[in-house]
Design a protein. Structure first.
Length: 191
């Protein structure tokens, strides 16, 4: 095995352990999500076992990060991001950021159709910009309709839900930050 490949594989365990810690997941929880035994996950993280492609793919899906990030693949010099849409609860979700931690950006396409809001709560803060269509946003007891060009910002610890108004599909940009992470907004000084 070439030295560069062996060196990359030697670093996978610490990356996996770091990702799990950042996501505040237990080995048991990760084992339930991936179907990989807890002992195998532990051995991977401690460098006692080399990962297979099958295991790396399962972990990549569980953590929602590109496989390249798990193995520490070198950048190839191409600045373009290859967007890979996924389907989540009937919505097309396209990641716009590649980092497994920090502020996350997503383009989400929500199909037409009225849905009963199912508010949920989780740690973090979210900003939503409506690109096209009309979006229904429920935060706590408040219920709004946002049109293209409108923006919403809210604490995700408050029960919230968003979807189409039923008039047609809606496209949004979502920027999500976990607790302790901040988005730096730069503005020009008035001087």
């Amino acid at each position: 095995m070439p030295t560069a490949i062996a060196a990359a594989l030697d670093q996978v365990g610490s990356r996996l352990k770091g990702l799990r810690a950042q996501r505040r997941m237990t080995l048991t929880g990760l084992a339930e999500i991936t179907g990989i035994s807890k002992s195998t996950l532990s051995r991977l993280e401690n460098g006692q076992r080399r990962p297979t492609l099958e295991i790396l793919l399962a972990l990549s899906l569980a953590y929602r990060v590109p496989l390249d990030d798990l193995v520490g693949a070198p950048e190839v010099g191409d600045p373009r991001i290859r967007l890979r849409p996924g389907l989540l609860k009937g919505r097309t979700v396209i990641p716009l950021t590649r980092q497994p931690d920090g502020v996350q950006a997503w383009k989400i396409v929500i199909p037409a159709g009225k849905a009963d809001p199912e508010p949920r709560v989780h740690d973090g803060h979210e900003w939503i910009y409506v690109l096209s269509g009309r979006m229904r946003l429920v935060v706590g007891r408040r219920d709004w309709t946002l049109d293209a060009g409108e923006v919403a910002e809210f604490d995700t610890q408050e029960p919230h839900w968003f979807g189409s108004t039923g008039d047609g599909p809606v496209e949004i940009l979502s920027i999500f930050a976990r607790p302790g992470e901040r988005m730096n907004v730069r503005t020009e000084s008035p001087c």
